[in-house]
Design a protein around this ligand. Structure first.
Ligand code: CA
Length: 407
């Protein structure tokens, strides 16, 4: 999954109402196979064969395939709205997800203990990845994988990459690890509890319960162990933390520092860094980089190799911090000590749903109340911000929520 930066993990679920519309007006949704598309897929047969996909399997799993052009739109989509890190974290690490994660830790305690023993990755970290990747198995995405990858293999700007993933998906089906109708995922091809890309699956998925299948769709033990195996192969060290929040001395010059600029812990001590509560840093740790995800005014973190292992799951520092922080929260830690540099903090998913409900009460059509502030919600927020004399940003934060609560 590390090689695919554009994975979507917020795929909207298909509502029954949408299915009904689709049934009444198929032409609006279904796309028929153009001769060009069919020809393109057929032209991949030789490459697929060279990539160990048998002819019979290629035929069986691609027969009658029609393109889904919506995935090409997703590939080219440039968000007009860049989410601040405090919004990103507020939704991914909220009280609801901490409570859910703690329940999962208890429910799967036995298998997580075995996973920790075999791979050296602690239960909270494994469960935190699971929570961020698929909301503990609740959100896999709804795109049939062969269709999505087949479309991206013949349309758009990264066809060579997606062809490799398509052949991999076909090999997974050919091997019988997952039933064809169960192989659904994100528009870009990540699937299952751990949202692995097919090639990541082939490299790193494990059959932990020993039934002969590596099943990341329907088998929690396989999924949790595969996540731990990913982190172990990415360099996880069981005697090291991912990192922790630190306090910078007055006037600290952080120019040139970052996750990758690792320095011995003694250097940081010499430069005046302490634990966030002012206690001295332990010298018994490896090298760490200084990460300032919101600049020098926000929380500061020393991050070790284990943070890089999490980062390699999906190359974004905000993503890595969400998993690392969720793991800490699952172990009982509180929120960060240093506030984010904003006077309008982000919203939890519960607060986002509340905001959406208040927008509906004011007559806005925002689609489903799903806790995800999409374009319709942001358009409604803009109208309300203008009405209330607030800065018109379309961003859902505490200010607009408080104002709408007051009527
Ligand atoms: Ca298995």
């Amino acid at each position: 999954s590390s090689s695919e930066p554009s994975r979507s993990r917020n795929v909207r679920s298909i509502t029954p109402a949408l299915l009904l519309i689709a049934a009444l007006a198929p032409s609006a949704f279904a796309q028929s196979a153009s001769p060009d598309f069919t020809r393109c897929i057929e032209s991949l047969r030789g490459d697929a064969r060279a990539a160990r996909v048998q002819d019979e399997a290629f035929t069986r799993f691609t027969q009658g395939l029609v393109p889904d052009m919506s995935v090409v739109e997703k590939l080219d989509y440039q968000p007009e709205f860049r989410m601040p890190i405090w919004d990103y974290l507020a939704a991914l690490v909220d009280d609801e997800r901490v409570a859910d994660g703690q329940a999962q830790l208890a429910q799967h305690a036995e298998v997580l203990a075995k996973v920790a023993e075999r791979y050296g990755v602690d239960p909270a970290t494994v469960v935190a990845v699971w929570g961020v990747e698929s909301n503990f198995g609740r959100n896999f995405g709804n795109y049939p994988l062969v269709q999505a990858l087949g479309t991206l293999s013949c349309h758009g700007r990264r066809q060579a990459f997606f062809r490799g993933e398509l052949y991999s998906a076909l090999r997974i089906l050919q091997a019988g690890h997952i039933a064809p109708e169960r192989l659904v995922g994100s528009w870009a091809g990540a699937f299952g509890h751990t949202q692995f890309m097919p090639t990541t699956f082939e490299r790193l998925a494990v059959d932990f319960d020993g039934d002969g299948k590596r099943d990341l769709m329907d088998n929690t033990a396989d999924a949790l162990a595969s996540t731990a195996n990913f982190l172990k192969k990415a360099g996880w060290q069981s005697d090291q933390p991912w990192g922790f929040e630190v306090k910078l001395p007055e006037g600290f010059n952080a120019n040139g520092e970052g996750r990758r600029s690792k320095r011995p812990i003694g250097d940081w001590i010499a430069r005046g860094l302490t634990q966030v509560d002012g206690a001295p840093l332990s010298r018994d740790l490896g090298s760490a980089g200084l990460m300032l995800p919101a600049g020098p005014q926000g929380p500061a973190f020393l991050v070790f190799k284990n943070f890089d292992a999490i980062y390699s799951y999906n190359a974004a520092e905000s993503y890595g911090l969400a998993i690392a922080h969720l793991a800490d929260r699952l172990r009982g830690a509180g929120p960060f000590t240093t506030p984010w540099p904003t006077d309008d903090a982000g919203l939890s998913r519960a607060e986002r749903r509340e905001l959406q409900g208040l927008l509906v009460l004011r007559g806005h059509d925002i689609g489903a109340i799903d806790g995800a502030l999409g374009e319709k919600s942001r358009a409604a927020i803009r109208i309300e911000q203008a009405r209330l004399g607030q800065e018109v940003s379309g961003r859902g934060g505490q200010k607009i929520l408080r104002a709408l609560r007051g009527g």
